[in-house]
Design a protein. Structure first.
Length: 246
C-alpha cells in the first residue's frame, strides 16, 4: 500500500478506522422509502435516456468491470456531516462512515498479507488494473473520487477522473476498449446509464441503485459477445447487508 505521509490525513484516517464498528444508520419510514424509490427510478431513467444510443462494442477478452456506488454521504443539513480528507466540513464529501468504507475497500480490491505481499481478493472480485471515478470538478460530487482514492493509491495507480457525471456513454466506450479488470466509482443515479452502454448483459441488472445501499459491488465479466452479471456484498462495516440489490 502507498503510505500517506500527510500527518493531518493520517490523523483523520485514524479517526475513521475507529469508526468501523459504528452501526448502520437507521432506516427511513415507509413513505420516505417509496418516495426515494420513485425518485431514483426517475433519475435512472433520465440518465439512461441521456446516454448515446449507438450500439455497444463487444467487450475485450478477459475484461472485468466492477462498479461501486460512492460511500456514505450526508443525509440532510444535520449530522452526520460530510468532511474532506483534512477534516473540514463539506456537504459534497463523504461522512466519517463513508471515509471508513473508502479505506476498507482496500481489503476488497488491493489486499496485502502481513508481510506486504499481494493477497488473494475475495471471491467474485479481481484486483483492478484501472480505477475510474467521476470528475469532481465538472458539476459532480467529490464522493466518487474520495471513495476510490485509497484503492488507487494502494494499487499504485493514478485515479482516472477524465469522465464526469453526464459522460457515462464516453466512460462505457473507454471501459469496452480496455482489456483487464477495471473498477468504477460513480454516483448511483447514473450507474444505469453506464450499464445501458455496455451491451448484452445476463442476467439483466437491477433497473436502479437504491439510495440506501452503499455496500455492494456490481461485477460484469466478459463472456465473448457480452457480459455475465453478478453482485458481491462488501460486508465491510457493521450493518452491511449480505443481500444483493433486487
Amino acid at each position: 500500500m502507498v503510505e500517506d505521509k500527510t500527518p493531518a490525513r493520517r490523523a483523520l484516517l485514524g479517526a475513521f478506522a475507529a469508526a468501523v464498528a459504528v452501526p448502520a444508520l437507521g432506516g427511513c419510514g415507509t413513505a420516505t422509502k417509496k418516495k426515494d424509490a420513485k425518485h431514483q427510478s426517475a433519475a435512472a431513467a433520465k440518465a439512461v435516456a441521456a446516454a448515446d444510443t449507438a450500439p455497444a462494442a463487444a467487450p475485450a477478452a478477459g475484461s472485468v468491470i466492477m462498479i461501486i456506488r460512492h460511500a456514505e454521504k450526508p443525509t440532510g443539513s444535520g449530522a452526520p456531516y460530510g468532511v474532506t480528507d483534512q477534516g473540514v466540513k463539506d456537504s459534497e464529501s463523504l461522512t466519517i462512515r463513508g471515509w471508513t468504507r473508502a479505506g476498507a475497500l482496500v481489503s476488497l480490491f488491493a489486499p496485502r498479507t502481513a508481510g506486504g505481499a499481494a493477497a488473494p481478493v475475495p471471491a467474485g472480485l479481481t484486483r483492478p488494473t484501472k480505477v475510474y471515478a467521476a470528475d469532481p470538478n465538472k458539476g459532480g460530487s467529490k464522493r466518487p473520487a474520495e471513495t476510490a482514492s485509497a484503492v488507487a493509491a494502494a494499487l499504485g495507480l493514478t485515479l482516472d477522473e477524465q469522465y464526469a457525471k453526464g459522460q457515462e456513454a464516453e466512460l462505457a466506450t473507454a471501459l469496452l476498449a480496455t482489456a483487464g479488470p477495471q473498477l468504477v466509482a460513480w454516483e448511483h443515479e447514473s450507474i444505469a446509464a453506464i450499464i445501458a452502454k455496455l451491451g448484452s448483459i445476463t442476467p439483466t441488472p437491477p433497473a436502479s441503485w437504491p439510495d440506501a445501499r452503499f455496500d455492494v459491488v456490481w461485477v460484469l465479466t466478459a463472456n465473448g459477445g457480452g457480459w455475465n452479471f453478478s453482485q458481491v456484498p462488501q460486508l465491510l462495516l457493521a450493518g452491511d447487508s449480505p443481500d444483493p440489490i433486487s
